[in-house]
Design a protein around this ligand. Sequence first.
Ligand code: LAC
Length: 378
Amino acid sequence: MNDPQQILPCLDSIPREVRCTQDYEDLARHFIPAPALAYIAGGCGRELTLAANLRAFDETRLWPRLLRPTVDGHTRLNLLGTQLTHPLLLAPVAYQTLVHPGGECETARGAAAMETPLVLSTLSGHSLEAVAAVTQGLRWFQLYFQARREVTVDLVRRAEMAGYAALVVTLDATIRSPGRRAQALGFEMPGNVLEANLINYPAAESLTVGRGESRIFQGVMRAAPTCEDLIWLLGQTRLPVIVKGVMHPDDACRLRDLGVAAQVVSNHGGRTTDGAPASLSVLPRVRTALGADYPLLFDGGIRAGADVFKALAHGANAVLIGRLQVYALAIAGALGVAHLLRTLREELEVCMAQTGCATLADIGPHMLFNSRQEDSSC
Ligand code: LAC
């Protein structure tokens, strides 16, 4: 694996270079052509938020403890009434056939092998029905509001029919600025990478703005979901509705009060608002605003089991894995995804053991070292 120009085919075993989850990111350049990798890895703008997400984890320190028994330890939790074996979910990453022809079907197999809920993107390369057909595993459907309500509700009905157990509504991505890294390398989405869930609907009207109107306010934002749209959606389905893209405690409280069942603190992996804080940095404030019992998920910058631990210590009940999932898929298909999840879980278990946490409930802010905090007296 020395020549970065030569793209290797997907493996049917785990390469010996993969010793920890971060290695999937480091190896991805051998398996994904540079322009596509720039699209996946990149953030928007100057990538300040992309960098902040990673830095926030690097600057957070675990606080090891001694003599705390963990032989009965486990990573189980109950999330929205469902028993999970670990607090890891696969984030709704779009266009996975860009890196593997099996795309989301392959990812779903890997997720099922590790009892991991899969959140399937509206923009998946395989249809939600095709993905449902390959796995009995727990699946949620990520919903982007469509320009026409009849299309949105049809997607909801299809997800219900196909056994998706929750809807994850992403609200932070109306404006998607192209990443400069990908643009610089001339990335364009290949024609064979389909939006399989949407191909049978009539195309949305193309954007037109009048003279003197703003391309943003009167253009792109005309299609932005409104509070009324969300209230309408909540009245259309019995599935729990989860909102993804929450960064402000006031929004979190408003969404909870509207009847949203759970939320994902996320800045879309630094892909939508450059200059936003790290999602890890806002997580404690959102947790405080929502109270201890409200189901709260997190994504943004997780590259290791220690990062999962840190997100849980900051108040998340579970985390979503985005880019690492795509790298593992490209490197070793379903096997890679399953291996990634197993390794992440084990890395999390190591952190739990070293900090004396036998269960997820034991993980809290007191497991992190804050140099400004007073030492407790003995
Ligand atoms: C992105 C959208 C497709 O992050 O979710 O590129």
